[in-house]
Design a binder for this molecule. Sequence first.
Ligand SMILES: Nc1ncnc2c1ncn2[C@@H]1O[C@H](COP(=O)(O)OP(=O)(O)OP(=O)(O)O)[C@@H](O)[C@H]1O
Length: 200
Amino acid sequence: MTPSATRIHRPIVISGPSGSGKSTILKRLFADHPDTFGFSVSHTTRPPRPGEKDGREYNFTTQEAFSRLVKEGGFIEHAQFGGNYYGTSVKAVKDVAEQGRICVLDIEMEGVKQVKRTDLRARLLFLSPPTLQLLEERLRGRGTDDEDSVKKRLEQAEKEMAFAKEEGMQEKVVVNDDLDRAYQEVQEWVIDGGRFGGQL
Ligand SMILES: Nc1ncnc2c1ncn2[C@@H]1O[C@H](COP(=O)(O)OP(=O)(O)OP(=O)(O)O)[C@@H](O)[C@H]1O
């Protein structure tokens, strides 16, 4: 692996409370700039479904190999869902850079801290809702969460907002007030005059 791949193609981390608009903005960014960005391939211990290919949908792995990688600090984020483990490895992010694309990571606070401990040289962007009240309205408007889930997301949102304010935790904070305006600000920062945060 060339150590410089993520120097040239620096990964972008986008974090922010659930409902702050990360998916909405990323979808636009990907549509406006095809073949520029990529998502890393996650690891999972669940068996492949028909038609799924190792290394494409997921890096399919065993429980033992997964645990080993956790111990080695090889994951940026990992979690358990329905009895299976899932994770984003540092190597999977580097692989995207190796392919000449900017890896975009949509991750939570703990993941951001972990990214900072790696040699990925990631650029950190925080997408903030204008207020918690507006966030609540958007979460409800999205219609994907029940009452309990909305409450949990709002509690977590407060923690994420406080974290983003800590010195040196984020390089760029964009407030998602008006979607078009916020999108332009994100886009400009990401593209960075064609440098994508690197040196030409
Ligand atoms: N600037 C905006 N003004 C009004 N509504 C918005 C704005 N940006 C996003 N939304 C809406 O808010 C809802 C939440 O947005 P989205 O699903 O993109 O958030 P997210 O950060 O990706 O959430 P999660 O982390 O849960 O995936 C969506 O219904 C979206 O259409």
